[in-house]
Design a protein around this ligand. Structure first.
Ligand code: GLC
Length: 484
């Protein structure tokens, strides 16, 4: 029996900081790893510890214990990093403050120069922290570009410093297009050399994410399909040839869902709780939702929802166009989210065109989203790419059928009803076109009156095992493999 020490670096961890899906992973994965018993892992226990930035927004929220200060070298002399400790739901959590984190600023800045310095400082300080603690991690597990530099710096440090000689590295990729472009100045500031790898495209030699992809022992995409997709020109963002050269180290592990936080039987935000065995009660949530939005509370009208960042990635435009196309049929829709002003305006425009049945709620409202999953019939999720995605899992768990594009994690978590009438959990379409979306929406509208089949599909979705435990065990297998 062994203890595997995992240093988990991430820029967000729910409930401390959450901007997007990455925060859910930061909040759930380290915690689940710690809870795995040796019986489940084949003998090992996991000492997973979280390292996150002490974002200025956090200073008002928590008062962690100050451990010590230490230096992070830069071109202009050393910067002072401050290490703090905090217990996040049982996970030993280190927060790195000082240096650029002393400035008040958002979690993510649109000025990539500022974020470059911030996150490079964080990544290098994380390695310094391990040394100060004399805690030799077996696994350095970084996530996305913000913490990727730690993986690259580890390789450089290992050439001279035996402290990290046993440490293996993993890079989880949650969103490939965000590679840390625009952080070149931070490379120079922290004396980081550009990559010499001839296989990396010239433009990527000073981007933190590709550099971590060059040196990581494993590159883990957040779903199996996304792991395959990033090896192709359509999704590889110009790194596909390079990634193909590393294909033996590229794999996918789908994210989980916090099954207890997302349970319609206990969710205090719902007008009426329900489960697979009391599914008949669900209709009361639909009626409450219709009333809340002044829609006709007739349960025989299918209620569609869109809950999304308003973003080109999410294919919101496809959904809106299709709804316009199928305006002749009887359905209702509630659109929730914020983002690109043009997409927000397009949502409002659809509401104006179809005032009897479309509502646009242009805001972020986590509680409303729960009432929507619990009351609506179909979740629209036409993402152009979706590394994993979480909303489709939440929807299924709450008896709302996802209608999604067959890409990334959507393809891996949803079973199409037409392809598998008995085991289906939702509707999938392939090309990112309005035609394909409309055809699939039509399939959903046609199935809706068949209550028996619809209910069976709902139950299939509600009983899926999306638990983090399943994903965490796959990560452990990778850790074990790397540690021989
Ligand atoms: C990013 C991806 C999303 C994924 C999340 C967590 O936000 O866009 O698909 O679920 O990261 O991995």
């Amino acid at each position: 029996m062994k203890t595997i020490k995992v240093m988990f670096l991430v820029s967000e961890a729910d409930p401390l900081v959450k901007v997007g899906g990455l925060g859910d992973v930061g909040g759930s994965l380290p915690q689940t790893l710690r809870m795995l018993s040796p019986e489940m892992t084949g003998g090992d226990t996991l000492d997973a510890r979280l390292v996150i930035p002490f974002h200025s927004a956090l200073r008002k929220k928590i008062t962690p214990t100050h451990l010590f200060d230490f230096e992070v070298p830069s071109k202009d002399g050393s910067l002072l990093a401050q290490a703090y400790q905090y217990d996040l739901n049982g996970v030993p959590t280190y927060l790195i403050g000082g240096g650029p984190f002393l400035d008040d600023g958002p979690i993510y800045n649109s000025d990539t120069n500022i974020d470059g310095v911030k996150f490079f400082f964080f990544s290098l300080a994380a390695l310094g922290l391990a040394k100060k603690l004399e805690w030799q991690p077996d696994i350095l597990h970084a996530n996305d570009w913000h913490t990727a530099l730690a993986v690259y710096a580890l390789k450089l440090i290992q050439q001279t410093d035996p402290f990290f000689s046993g440490t293996r590295s993993i890079l989880s990729v949650h969103n490939l297009p965000f590679m840390g472009a625009g952080t070149e100045a931070a490379f120079d500031f922290f004396n980081m050399p550009a990559s010499q790898d001839p296989l990396l495209p010239w433009w990527a030699k000073k981007f933190p994410l590709p550099l971590a992809m060059q040196t990581a022992d494993r590159i883990i995409a957040v779903s199996s399909t996304y792991a395959k997709e990033i090896l192709t020109p359509d999704y590889g963002c110009g790194l596909e040839t390079f990634l193909q050269s590393r294909h033996e180290s590229v794999m996918g592990i789908v994210n989980g869902l916090d099954m207890s936080a997302w349970d319609p039987a206990t969710d205090v935000n719902l007008p009426v709780n329900f489960s697979v065995t009391t599914l008949k009660k669900r209709v009361q949530n639909k009626q409450a939702l219709a009333q809340e939005f002044s829609l006709n509370p007739d349960p025989s009208i299918p209620l569609l929802i869109l809950i999304s960042r308003m973003d080109q990635q999410k294919g919101v435009d496809l959904a809106l166009e299709s709804m316009n196309e199928l305006a002749g049929q009887n359905w209702q829709a509630i659109l929730l989210g914020t983002g690109d002003p043009r997409l927000e305006a397009a949502c409002r425009a659809l509401e104006t065109t179809l005032p009897d049945r479309v509502r646009a709620a242009i805001r972020f409202d986590a509680k409303l989203s729960r009432r929507m999953y619990a009351g609506a019939d179909v979740l629209l999720m036409p993402s152009r790419y979706e590394p994993c995605g979480l909303a489709q899992m939440m929807a299924m768990r709450y008896g709302c059928l996802p209608l999604a594009r067959a890409t990334g994690g959507l393809q891996d978590t949803i079973v199409d009803v037409s392809e598998s009438p008995r085991n289906g959990t939702g509707f999938l379409f392939k090309p990112a076109t309005t035609v394909a979306f409309s055809e699939t929406l039509q399939r959903a509208l046609d199935l809706f009156p068949d209550k028996k089949h619809w209910t069976a599909v709902q139950k299939n979705g509600m009983t899926q095992d999306f638990s983090w435990q399943k994903s965490a065990l796959q990560y452990v297998q990778v850790y074990q493999e790397l540690l021989g």
